[in-house]
Design a protein around this ligand. Structure first.
Ligand code: SAM
Length: 482
């Protein structure tokens, strides 16, 4: 019989169904308790310190209560605090990445995913190393520096050796001024030994979406294949961290189960990682179920509105202030705009969700994993971000300097973002503008760079950043990052 224990290594103890049910009942009972809601909102606000500022975060119970609250002015307040936290810890930078689909061979039976083993209508494809190289060149030509590699689970077609070969190939491509500086990996749950291999190959974040925290639904939604095993999947992040991977990325596929249950589970998972490994998740992704080959989202009962989706995002921002939030091109430009104000810190741009998609002209591609709603080019996404006051950042310095896991968190807490990440973002943006941007984007971009340079507090840092940006504009590049 499971008992709730965030420090336990057993999935059913740290994602404890009884604790989630009690949390939801308590949240429902208190959702109009204005005094308590105000107290929680006050706790969530960033507080100044001598060196920067800190944020207490919220427990899964407190955060679930906010999610349950429907009082319009309180929801508005949650959104304001989410933006305050985002600006305090991440500034107005938005990290840019793209997914790279390696293979859609899969032995699992996930009923919401077109790659499920029984789908006979989708062509199966796996990139050769030459094709990986061609895709990476296409991505570098767009300006990407950071990728998330994606693959189905198939020990015959996509064994770990194949994934490692691909990572090696990706890091080895240096086309013109391009290179991929951080490869994040989204592959099925695996063993500590294989996580050690991924770590040795130099990956950034290991990403694995839980899909749903509800065990019974999980088993129904994953009827066959290794992914059917709830404990194996839910305990994967512990194995990844035991294998030496500092940065892990959580996520729920919203639309599969009741969102309040998923939200409580997600925050409990973060609490568990903090309790056991001393560091919470590096990122949380918020994908929503989409139409795809053989998949109709209307067949699932738990779709959420844009308003609920925004509230979930704001509540995640309040609960885990130091965790990055990722929003993909599954969402439209309008939804992405709205969520960017609520604490999102990473977006994908110019994405293709098909195997070989970056080198194919026509779309939609027949191996696409899901419909991409935001089909703009990376150049358009970069310009749109800047026009809305966000600095697109292509920086990967933290990762290269070993500022991962809790070392990155302390940088945030010490308020060093404006002296470190901000100049890095401006320098990498300048590289992008020089190498890849359209004239229109370049004009908007350099206006922003000039303005934003003035916000760097330390004069010496500002001077170095200015000098480097001048050098970049004069094609006299220096590989310098704070
Ligand atoms: N195969 C890996 C695994 O088992 O975790 C992950 C790779 S998969 C390419 C990445 C994610 O896409 C999945 O974890 C799932 O959440 C999401 N996904 C699958 N089908 C989807 C759909 N129809 N709409 C939106 N997202 C979907």
């Amino acid at each position: 019989m499971a008992t709730y224990n965030p420090k336990s290594l057993h999935a059913e103890d740290f994602i404890h169904d009884g604790e989630i049910q009690e949390t939801l009942a308590w949240a429902e009972a208190n959702k109009n308790n204005v005094a308590l809601i105000d107290e929680i909102l006050e706790k969530a606000r960033p507080k100044p310190t001598a060196t920067g500022c800190v944020c207490a975060g919220l427990t899964h119970r407190e955060a679930s209560l906010l999610l349950a609250c429907e009082i319009p002015e309180k929801v508005k307040r949650m959104e304001e605090i989410a933006e305050e936290i985002k600006l305090a810890f991440y500034g107005n930078r938005i990290v840019i990445f793209a997914p790279l689909y390696l293979s859609n061979y899969c032995v699992n039976g996930c009923v919401y995913c077109p790659y499920h083993a029984k789908n006979r209508t989708i062509p199966r494809r796996k990139l050769t190393q030459d094709e990986v190289r061609a895709e990476v060149i296409a991505l570098q030509d767009m300006g990407h520096k950071r990728l998330a590699i994606e693959a189905g689970e198939d020990p015959v077609h996509n064994p770990i050796e194949y994934i490692l070969d691909c990572i090696h190939t990706i890091y080895g491509v240096h086309h013109k001024n391009g290179d991929i500086r951080r490869v994040n990996v989204n592959i099925a749950a695996t063993t500590v030994e294989e996580y050690q291999m991924l770590k040795a190959a130099g990956i950034g974040t290991y990403i694995l979406f839980q899909e749903t925290y509800h065990k019974e639904s999980y088993e129904t939604l994953h009827p066959t294949g290794p992914k059917h095993n709830y404990a194996w999947h839910t305990e994967a992040m512990d194995r990844a961290m035991d294998g030496g991977i500092d940065d892990v990325g959580l996520g729920v596929l919203f639309g599969l189960e009741m969102y309040k249950y998923e939200f409580a589970g997600l925050i409990m998972h973060a609490e568990h990682l903090e309790a056991v490994h001393g560091v919470g998740p590096h990122t949380i992704s918020v994908p929503r179920l989409k139409r795809a080959d053989d998949i109709n989202p209307d067949d699932f009962d738990n779709g959420i509105s844009d308003d609920i989706f925004a509230k979930i995002t704001a509540c995640i921002r309040l609960a885990v202030p130091y965790t990055g939030i990722i929003i993909s091109t599954r969402e439209t430009e309008a939804v992405r705009s709205r969520l960017l104000r609520l604490g999102v810190s990473q977006v994908s741009g110019g994405s293709r969700t098909s195997v070989g998609g970056y080198t194919e002209e026509e779309r939609p591609h027949d191996t696409e994993q899901f419909d991409v709603s935001d089909q703009r080019s990376l150049d358009e996404v970069v310009r749109w971000l800047m026009e809305n006051g966000h600095i697109p950042s292509f920086c990967t310095a933290c990762y290269r300097e070993g500022r991962t896991g809790d070392r990155f968190m302390s940088l945030c807490k010490n308020g060093q973002i404006l002296n470190c990440c901000h100049p890095n973002a401006l320098m990498t943006l300048s590289e992008y503008l020089e190498d890849y941007a359209s004239p229109e984007t370049k004009a908007v971009g350099y206006d922003m760079v000039q303005r934003e340079l003035q916000r760097i507090p330390k004069e010496k840092v500002r001077q170095i950043a200015e000098d480097n940006i001048k050098a970049i504009r004069n094609s006299n590049r220096r590989d310098f990052r704070f």
